[in-house]
Ligand binder design. Structure first.
Ligand code: ZN
Length: 238
């Protein structure tokens, strides 16, 4: 079984009526509901829980961490960000959704601003599969459309990704690298742009397929027990 933890700051859903109507049990539970299947078991964690729900024990039992945050990035303590980062470097998978582009964990692992241009006017987005051979694109097809999204536009202040899997085009004219992958030491990362809280994006079957594919792709094939820099004996004697 792949053990997934879905983390959500869980703020909009409690204080914004529009968002609460779309995600009455929180975005984290909406994601958990469609992800759980024969080979994936899911738990959730939120900002208000002790340790933000991300104790060392939880992370030790997480193969892939999914992150949704927007308004409360700065409320995640730095020591928890460092704890998550260490697990990614050891090999844990990390999937950052939508406004998690500005989360502490994503920015720390990217090492760049992760800034982008944005506009919230409910434009249609056509998301093109530009790397159909990538495992995250399996079953997605040539393109799919989301009738209303928040526009995220280039330039996107990230390092050059390993792979651009999806490219978004908006009816307002912009484009965006909507699905990109990275490796950071032993860990695999996927950033996926759709997921604005006032649109029912996580109920879209293609979005669900992509996140499920990304979980399977990001599952560690190797995970180091510690991050160390050992002084070692020679393999062969002189
Ligand atoms: Zn948004």
């Amino acid at each position: 079984m792949i053990r997934v933890t879905v983390w959500n700051e869980y703020y909009h859903e409690k204080y914004d009526k529009t968002v609460a109507e779309i995600y009455p049990n929180g975005i984290h539970n909406a994601i958990a509901d469609f992800l759980g299947c024969e080979d994936i078991e899911v738990r959730t964690a939120t900002l208000d829980e002790p340790d933000c729900g991300l104790s060392q024990k939880v992370l030790d039992n997480t193969d892939v961490l999914i992150w949704w945050g927007h308004m409360r990035h700065d409320f995640v303590p730095d020591d928890i960000v460092e704890r998550v980062k260490a697990e990614v470097l050891k090999g844990m998978g990390l999937i950052c959704l939508h406004s998690a582009h500005h989360s502490k964990i994503f920015r720390s692992l990217m090492g760049t601003t992760c800034n982008l241009s944005w506009r919230e006017d409910g434009d249609l987005e056509r998301i093109w599969t530009v790397n159909p051979a990538h495992p995250i694109a399996k079953g997605v097809g040539r393109y799919f459309e989301l009738p209303q999204v928040e526009t995220y536009a280039e330039p996107f202040g990230i390092p050059n990704p390993d792979d651009v899997v999806f490219m978004g085009w908006y009816e307002g004219g912009e484009v965006f690298r909507s699905g990109v992958t990275f490796h950071r030491e032993n860990g695999k990362m996927f950033y996926f742009q759709p997921g604005h809280e006032t649109f029912p994006i996580f109920y879209n079957p293609t979005v669900q397929t992509i996140i499920r594919n990304a979980v399977r792709w990001a599952t560690p094939t190797y995970r180091a027990s510690e991050l160390s820099c050992p002084n070692v004996e020679r393999v062969h004697n002189k």
